[in-house]
Design a protein around this ligand. Sequence first.
Ligand SMILES: *Cc1c(COP(=O)(O)O)cnc(C)c1O
Length: 372
Amino acid sequence: MYRIWVEISLDQLAANYHAVRKVVGPGVAVAPVLKADAYRHGSVEVAHRLQEEGAHWLAVSNAEEGVVLRESGIRMRILVMGDFLPPERDALVEYSLTPVIHSLERLKEYDRLAQSVDRILPCHLKIDTGMGRLGVRSTCEELRAAAASAHHLHLEGLMTHFASAADFTTAQTTDQIVLFETAAHSLGQAGIQPALRHLGSSAAVAYGIRSAFGTMVRPGLAIYGYVTPSKGDAPPTELKVRPALTWKSRLVEIKEIPEGASVGYGATWQARRRTRLGIVAAGYADGIPHAVSNRGHVIVDGYLAPIVGAVSMDLITVDLTEVPPARIGDTVILLGRAGDVKWDADDIAAAGGTISYTVLCGIGNRVKRVYT
Ligand SMILES: *Cc1c(COP(=O)(O)O)cnc(C)c1O
């Protein structure tokens, strides 16, 4: 019996993967993104299930994340998307990880490394079309020249990443697609035609931005069952995904406080009536954002119960006055749904002024994982 745990449905993850495949169609590869321990769903378990489901590619952030998957027996192609530092390069080769290259100097260095081990190594090249983070910002001529002289590299992929894919009030995504196509066309004129051209992640798939599908997409969030809320005039989403993770804890104490009594650090909440409080074994050390103090909810016995007072390190306090049946030891849903009552990562993010990604990635190490 755990105090705090997540239940992860691998069947739902598999269904989400197939939902993405259905939207993009058979001509487009899907590379699920498993960085940050698969958004805390457990990268090894998620990778093995996706391998069984027939995925050919996975993407991670750094070499170490790729090594963990290889050592667990994953045979799929693994794309390492974050920049890699010189000490990580040997692991790329040793573990057959495919790097994304982010500058023309890096391309040259990786070419020399390939030459030194006497191999032709596959790699993908990232173009910075407006994200302003990783990626090459060279002219088409420089790009062509560098790619043409990397004799020991097999440039099998060309990619970019969108800054505002769910925002339909701006033309940024369209502009980024045009820049990407220009670079791809220019390389093509030099006879360099990477088979994998990938631009879009979850938002591009969810909102059906077909010109961003290329020949591969890189969904992360959608695999875990979420879609970033859109801004502006978004097309209706075609993607049918559902959250795969439910986060649970328990009521460790129930007690009554009189009208006027305060709750928690800083006494930020006062009881306006006689109040029945529940103390829940979950705090910011487990990943409950401090920002949901006095703003969040949990689900107890099918009822939404408000979080009252400040979130502390190991505990939160909730108002159970309207939840008649609650007993000590009862399960509390911190994130998930019970029947029609929902309180998921989007709701927590809205209450805490953040995004669903940080809620999922913030789930702490102390939280046990159970696969269903
Ligand atoms: C994280 C990441 C993704 C996945 O993004 P989602 O919005 O979670 O689908 C795709 N590509 C790159 C380069 C990323 O860093």
